[in-house]
Design a binder for this molecule. Structure first.
Ligand code: ATP
Ligand code: MG
Length: 257
């Protein structure tokens, strides 16, 4: 069995944090939670994170606040969890779902019943009381989606008015929008179809964004609806994405000088 480099990464290494995140994914892979394709998808995310200086921007923080307010204002919020999210931020995703009263649902691009169950168990070990997406009795399909992600739970994503889909594929984001749902995503690539189709895109690494969102949720859950509505009101997704791509290109110009 591949043992990885766990514990051998020097904290002095300039990319120590990035390497530790990779190790968490490798661990998830070893447990059967993450698929090899998930490791590759993470690589695409890492490249964008590099451009951003591996830091949460003010823009991302603002988008996170809007996203949390939307989840709190929702009648039936849901959070979609895939293998990478479960491996990287299990505690935080459970904490966020608790604070905003959202249903947690396992939903995979590369689906398998065994992996769904492993992810649900993993989330339960990290404190989740209820995890949807593994019981066929409650399963229904979104016809427009051409991957395993078309399978959704009647009690979770299918019934939701606002869905948080961190690290989502563009096809499904567009399909969820067509169904009239409000979609919130966390995606390091501000140019992806997901980032473009979502109502709110937090351009940040899930490793940083989810803890921030869980913290914001604790604060905002004490706010009244009028104050929450004021927070979501002025948000302009196109403007937010433009600011993120401009920030990346400014950084690229600086690096290449
Ligand atoms: P789309 O289908 O939306 O056009 P894509 O096909 O380029 O996007 P996918 O593989 O479908 O990409 O989805 C993975 C997305 O998740 C990518 O945009 C990638 O940048 C992003 N991503 C990967 N790891 C992380 C992470 N840790 N935090 C935030 N985003 C990430
Ligand atoms: Mg895609």
């Amino acid at each position: 069995m591949y043992r990885g480099w766990m514990g051998k990464i020097s904290p002095k290494h300039p990319r120590a944090e990035s390497l530790r995140i990779r190790e968490r994914l490798v661990e998830g892979f070893e447990k059967g939670i993450v698929v090899p394709e998930g490791l590759a998808a993470h690589g695409r995310g890492e490249a964008f994170d590099y451009f951003m200086g591996e830091e949460t921007t003010e823009q991302a923080r603002k988008a996170a606040e809007v996203a949390v307010a939307m989840l709190l204002l929702a009648k039936r919020p849901a959070i979609s969890v895939n293998g990478n999210v479960a491996a990287l931020v299990p505690d935080e995703v459970v904490r966020l779902a608790d604070s905003v009263g959202a249903k947690l649902e396992v939903n995979l691009f590369y689906g398998s019943a065994a992996r769904e169950i492993k992810i649900a168990e993993h989330l339960r070990r990290h404190g989740a009381k209820e995890v949807f997406g593994t019981n066929r009795k409650f399963s229904t399909k979104i016809d427009e989606i051409h991957s395993d992600r078309r399978k959704v739970d009647k009690r979770g994503i299918a019934a939701a008015d606002v869905v948080l889909v961190p690290l989502e594929d563009g096809d499904r984001t567009e399909a969820l929008k067509k169904l009239g749902k409000k979609v919130v995503t966390i995606d390091l690539n501000p140019m992806s179809r997901t980032a473009r189709a979502a109502d709110v895109t937090i351009v940040d690494n899930v490793v940083r964004a989810l803890p921030i969102m869980a913290g914001i949720a604790k604060k905002l859950s004490r706010w009244d609806r009028a104050k929450l509505r004021k927070t979501t009101g002025g948000f302009d997704s196109t403007k937010n994405l433009k600011a993120m791509t401009e920030l990346m290109s400014r950084r690229l110009r600086k690096i290449s000088r």
